[in-house]
Design a protein around this ligand. Structure first.
Ligand code: TMP
Length: 242
């Protein structure tokens, strides 16, 4: 497999095509952004940490029956994926109140929700990824009602799996964002799952172990991402050997 020319550079990843039309090469970058890209910083090791966390979580989800675009990790900062026809939605699942939900409804931080909820955002940098409801998704032709039902079901299934995997690492999954699309006609999980796209708190101390430390400038991103990776790796060994 050979990496050919660059196709696109996003906020945290660079995409290349390869000599195989069914394979894309992804490089995770040492870059962090906040405020929809308005604040940008170079952070050493971030690419390697996120790629390793993402590969570990996608492998776990695949082992548990989730269809994804992921093929394999190729280096500390790189992985191979299949090209996917992306649905331009950010699908957020929440278990506890935080972030925009907490601000919007003036709830208490980490207030438990009576059940996990799904929120949808229209993926558009120009529009700042606005909240979008089911009717709006349908009339804009982004997804049909049946497709939306399947997307929400997939998101909630991934939530259950991730909650139990993070719990093994003594982490509570507060909320997360996924992106989905179609691969050979099948709805699949795509893009990334990492502390950039999840909120995680320590089960005991409730300390934040995710990008909130960068967004709120309350801690060192590399230190907390390394902590998440180490805990996941250690609990993976414990899980397999049981
Ligand atoms: P929010 O509370 O700011 O709406 O974020 C909900 C979840 O989605 C949180 O885990 C962070 C993640 N997220 C992204 O991955 N990308 C984004 O652009 C935003 C706004 C949130």
């Amino acid at each position: 497999m050979r990496k050919l020319e660059e196709l696109k550079t996003g906020k945290a990843k660079r995409l290349y095509n390869t000599d195989d039309a069914t394979v894309l090469w992804v490089e995770y970058l040492d870059q962090a952004t906040a405020l929809n890209g308005k604040r940008k910083e170079k952070i050493a090791s971030k690419g390697a940490l996120n790629n390793q966390i993402d590969c570990l979580l996608f492998n776990y989800l695949i082992q548990n029956g989730i269809a994804t675009d992921f093929i394999r990790q190729v280096s500390a900062t790189e992985q191979l994926i299949h090209p996917v026809k992306m649905i331009p939605l950010e699908v957020v699942v929440r278990n506890l109140a935080s972030g925009s939900f907490q601000r919007k409804f003036a709830t208490t931080y980490l207030q438990p929700l009576s059940r996990p909820i799904v929120e949808l955002f229209y993926k558009s940098d120009a529009l700042d990824d606005p909240f979008i409801n089911d009717d709006q998704v349908e009339v804009l032709g982004l997804a049909s009602a049946a497709e939306l039902a399947a997307i929400k079901q997939l998101a909630l299934q991934i939530n259950q799996l991730l909650q139990s995997r993070f719990a093994q690492a003594n982490l509570t999954l507060v909320d997360f964002k996924i992106e989905v699309g179609y691969l050979a006609g099948q709805l699949v999980l795509a893009d990334e799952i990492s502390p950039d796209s999840c909120r995680l708190v320590d089960q005991t101390t409730q300390a934040s172990l995710d990008k909130d430390v960068f967004r709120k400038q309350t801690g060192d991103l590399t230190t907390v991402y390394q902590e998440v990776l180490t805990r996941l790796q250690n609990s993976e060994v414990a899980h397999v050997s049981r």
